[in-house]
Design a protein around this ligand. Structure first.
Ligand SMILES: [Zn+2]
Ligand SMILES: [Zn+2]
Length: 207
């Protein structure tokens, strides 16, 4: 049985099968790339998840396992609506890992999804149902779970980090340089660049 640390569930907030799937996906990516968990800004993850489907929990598992977190700017979402992710590690290569349809089909027959389809949130599902569905994920082999493909031609150029900032000339707030815009000969933030000038709005009196 795969050993998943309890803190990952605490961080995620509830027990469910998709966070563990992501955790295993991230662990396998590190293994395939021969890379350690990222302390700083090493691994970049391109999650193929979208929104509006409940498997997004997977991404918390990926972040927990790899250290490629949203806060460090190391994970982004491609919005393809697939339970898959691409893992790029500088100097070590790239691997894409996708959940197998067969495992997805097997998992979807579990009682857990009867509750979920009635709109019941994971934390309100009986503990033994949760523990059992998680066991299905942790007991599976990597071969049962995933399709794994090395991507030798994958290229990625991370955005250069900068501390440079300036004050928006409209709202006065600091803005980091790649998000500054020019408008009417002023340096402004994005919301201020999109704002319509108040004096151009004409309110006609009601008659
Ligand atoms: Zn979850
Ligand atoms: Zn502004």
């Amino acid at each position: 049985m795969f050993n998943l640390p309890n803190w990952a569930f605490e961080f995620h907030g509830h027990k469910c099968p998709f966070m563990p799937i992501g955790y295993r996906m991230g662990s396998l990516a590190l293994e395939k790339l021969g890379a350690p968990r990222s302390k700083n800004h090493e691994m970049h993850v391109f999650s193929e998840m979208g929104i509006g489907h409940p498997q997004g929990c997977m991404q918390d598992g990926i972040m927990s396992a790899t250290g490629a977190t949203f806060g460090k700017g190391m994970i982004e979402r491609l919005n393809y609506g697939k339970i898959a992710a691409i893992f790029w590690y500088p100097g070590k290569g790239t691997v894409r890992i996708a959940l197998k349809n067969e495992f997805s089909d097997r998992l979807s027959t579990h009682e857990f999804f009867k509750y979920r389809k009635q709109g019941i949130e994971p934390s309100d599902i009986p503990e033994k149902v949760l523990d059992d569905v998680i066991k299905v994920v942790l007991d599976a082999t990597n071969e049962e779970l995933f399709n794994v493909k090395m991507l030798p031609d994958f290229n990625y150029e991370p955005v250069k980090s900068s501390f440079n900032k300036a004050r928006c000339e409209v709202c006065g707030e600091y803005v980091f340089e790649r998000y500054l815009r020019h408008k009417d000969n002023r340096v402004v933030c994005i919301p201020c660049s999109e704002r319509t000038r108040e004096e151009t709005i004409v309110h006609l009196p009601l008659t």
